[in-house]
Ligand binder design. Structure first.
Ligand code: SAH
Ligand code: DHB
Ligand code: MG
Length: 207
């Protein structure tokens, strides 16, 4: 992978501490972390929202794209993961730019709404069963022209199986149903084949 993206000691350290803490190895892969960074940079995102922090790997990639005054809010249900994420974020030097909010995202998203926060980039990567709810929330919390990106929308092609009984696949299918022909967002999906197999990102621009 060093042939594509140079060795990155900060993110290597994050992977190590996640491993030590027993955090599952389900963060985005390095090339897709860098894609998130590049898209955030391209967008000039000032406020970023992430749903699904895990150990903060993707948070750190996106935080790197923030301007001096930019902020990233990231939502995590598991308090142990959130604690490790905060440690990783501090070690990477982004403690002033990144806020980890602990709780079920559907319970914590209203806090962001109450604070009247609006986002330029939203990355959806938590429980697949609630993806369609996260899309509704994202549309509510997005600035016009914002990017919405969602991970794991292909799932080794399983998402194309309309007879699937897999709740994760069904969650993504409901999300896609809500997305297609949605007048509020212009979107596509890009397949991501990487070190973690075959999956995909949905990428959309809010109208
Ligand atoms: N974005 C991370 C990976 C996230 S994995 C990265 O690439 O580094 C998905 C995360 O969503 C897990 O940490 C899981 O605990 C969290 N999660 C699951 N259900 C959730 C919920 N209802 N609210 C918030 N987070 C949730
Ligand atoms: C898994 C992978 C992910 O990218 C994710 O967000 C959640 C779970 C997995 O492989 O189990
Ligand atoms: Mg994911």
């Amino acid at each position: 992978m060093d042939k594509l993206i140079p060795f990155d000691p900060t993110l290597e350290q994050v992977q190590q501490s996640n491993k030590q803490a027993g955090i599952p190895d389900i963060n985005v892969s390095v090339t897709h972390g860098k894609l998130l960074y590049l898209l955030a940079k391209l967008k000039g995102a000032k406020n970023i929202l992430e749903i699904g922090t895990l150990g903060g790997y993707s948070s750190i990639w996106m935080a790197r794209a923030l301007s001096e005054t930019g902020k990233l809010y990231t939502l995590e249900f598991n308090p142990e993961y959130a604690k490790i994420a905060e440690q990783n974020i501090r070690q990477a030097g982004y403690q002033d730019k990144v806020e980890v909010i602990v709780g079920k995202a559907l319970d914590t998203l209203p806090i962001l709404e109450e604070k009247k926060l609006l986002f330029d980039l939203i990355f959806i990567d938590a429980d697949k069963e609630n993806y369609s709810h996260y899309l509704k929330w994202s549309l509510k919390l997005a600035n016009s022209g914002a990017l919405i990106i969602a991970d794991n929308v292909v799932r080794d092609g399983k998402v194309f199986d309309e007879t699937s009984e897999d709740v994760l696949v069904k969650g993504v299918q409901q999300f896609m149903d809500l997305l297609v022909n949605n007048p509020a967002i212009d979107s596509t999906a890009i397949q991501t084949v990487g070190v973690k197999g075959y999956d995909g990102f949905m990428i959309g621009i809010v109208k």
